[in-house]
Unconditional design. Structure first.
Length: 455
């Protein structure tokens, strides 16, 4: 199967104590409930911090953005840097031996993230290094390679699930405990080869190619034992599925490209899977385009298993939230809408009218289970971005943060490789790549911006 060597993907939303997953609930058939908006709770935001863009001559990977109780953390050019959450100078830096290729989406409960990066001394063209970074302490706990016939294996992605650091790529897979003990490496002689992994607090999901070829893979989604990789539950994806992206581990929700994806998207439908038994059971299927409920905005990597954004999933509410490309109601002045789908049936169960100033994109949940959505800034109209909270029961939306108009143009330039997070009443907007200067604009594009109420 063809896989990208350097994955710099937008929308790394997840972080400890930050927006993590998604939410939604509603009863009824195809129509679902609708919600209205309110703005009384909106705080007028100010720009609290800007992380400058390093000088490079070519696009360079810097995927990863997280928050902890102590820090706002951003992957940068060959390093990971921790800042005060509300702005200020860097408090710590973890240097890396080369460019960042991939990083785990969210920290563990104790603030650990895994990262794949290059080694400029050995071979700056490939991603061979696996590191475990402690975001609470600002240190690299360990740094490993997986050797195959004396050469370092190449990896495309990495995650942490159930206390296991699992990496996969073009030359195989490997895993370690968070303590650094080796657990397994890929076996080329086996029928099923691991394509990639998705991790959660107590779970590890593997996507495996079981008997296909490069053009026609045969993919299974398997819940595995994090220590032994023994299969606990397995579900075969539909014939013709080219790639699979795990957007939620618990509940298990998978976005697939069955060859029907439209408009440049890498997901044609979402599958909700019950993995409580040895044979996984398909619960609901949600089409992302061409269905009776409209077309949806999703940002997923081309091939990697994790990394999708602009969506939200809630176990408690049993729903998937997506932003539409266009408003569903004729005559609506909103740029788009947010729609909730039942994970049990795949049917639409609710709708929230979007905003007139910019598209509304769900990015996760707050600690109370409310859906958090980002209102996109528009660099042309200079409408600033905003953050909205959506009630999963009533579908009413409330604006909680309005970014300043003075920075709307530069905020609106965060489009490709965009990373979003919301924590402690602050919005974090960044990019997963360090890029060369753009002479079109007078104001230089930063690597990340922090918005929040005036301190």
């Amino acid at each position: 199967m063809s896989r990208s060597r350097m994955a710099v993907v937008g929308g790394a939303v997840l972080a400890a104590g930050l927006v993590v997953s998604g939410c939604g609930a509603d009863g009824g058939g195809g129509g679902g409930k609708g919600g209205s908006g309110a703005e009384s709770a909106a705080a007028q935001g100010v720009l609290l911090n800007q992380v400058p863009m390093a000088k490079v001559s070519a696009l360079t990977g810097a995927r990863g953005m997280w928050t902890t109780k102590k820090n706002f953390v951003k992957a940068d050019l060959k390093k990971i840097v921790g800042y005060p959450p509300a702005g200020g100078k860097a408090q710590w830096t973890v240097p890396l031996s080369g460019e960042i290729c991939w990083s785990s989406s969210r920290p563990t409960e104790d603030g650990l993230i895994a990262v794949v990066f290059k080694n400029d001394k050995d071979d700056p063209a490939v991603c061979t290094e696996i590191g475990l970074v402690d975001l609470n302490k600002g240190t690299m706990r360990w740094h490993k390679q997986a050797l195959e016939d004396g050469s370092a294996q190449m990896f495309d992605e990495v995650t942490i699930g159930g206390g296991t650091v699992a990496a996969a790529g073009t030359s195989g897979s490997a895993a370690w405990t968070v303590g650094g003990k080796p657990l397994w490496k890929s076996d080329p002689g086996k029928k099923c080869q691991d394509v990639g992994y998705a991790g959660g607090d107590d779970k590890l999901i593997a996507v495996r190619d079981c008997g296909g070829d490069a053009e026609h893979p045969k993919l299974d989604v398997q819940t595995v034992d994090p220590r032994t990789r023994a299969v606990k539950s397995s579900h075969s994806l539909p014939a013709g599925t080219e790639n699979a992206h795990v957007v939620s581990v618990d509940p298990l929700v998978v976005g697939i490209d069955s060859g029907k994806a439209q408009g440049g998207m890498s997901v044609s439908e979402f599958l909700s899977i019950d993995d409580s038994a040895a044979r996984g059971k398909l619960l609901g299927t949600i089409a992302t385009s061409g269905g009776k409920y409209g077309k949806y905005e999703i940002d997923c990597p081309a091939t990697e298993v994790e990394g999708c954004s602009q969506l939200a999933v809630s176990k408690k509410a049993g729903a998937l939230y997506l932003g539409t490309q266009d408003p569903l109601d004729a005559g609506s002045e909103a740029k788009n809408d947010v729609v909730a789908f039942s994970l049990k049936t795949g049917k639409r169960i609710g709708k929230v009218a979007g905003a007139e100033e910019g598209r509304l994109l769900p990015i996760g949940l707050d600690e109370g289970g409310q859906v958090i959505a980002y209102q996109e800034a528009d660099s042309i109209s200079e409408d600033a971005g905003a953050v909205w909270r959506i009630d999963p029961a009533s579908y009413k939306k409330t604006k909680v943060l309005q970014n300043p108009a003075a920075h709307a143009e530069i905020e609106g330039r965060f489009t490709s490789d965009r990373e979003l997070g919301y924590a402690g009443g602050r919005l974090y907007v960044g990019t997963g790549a360090v890029s060369a200067p753009d002479n079109v604009y007078k104001e230089k594009q930063p690597l990340a911006m922090v918005f929040g109420p005036k301190q």
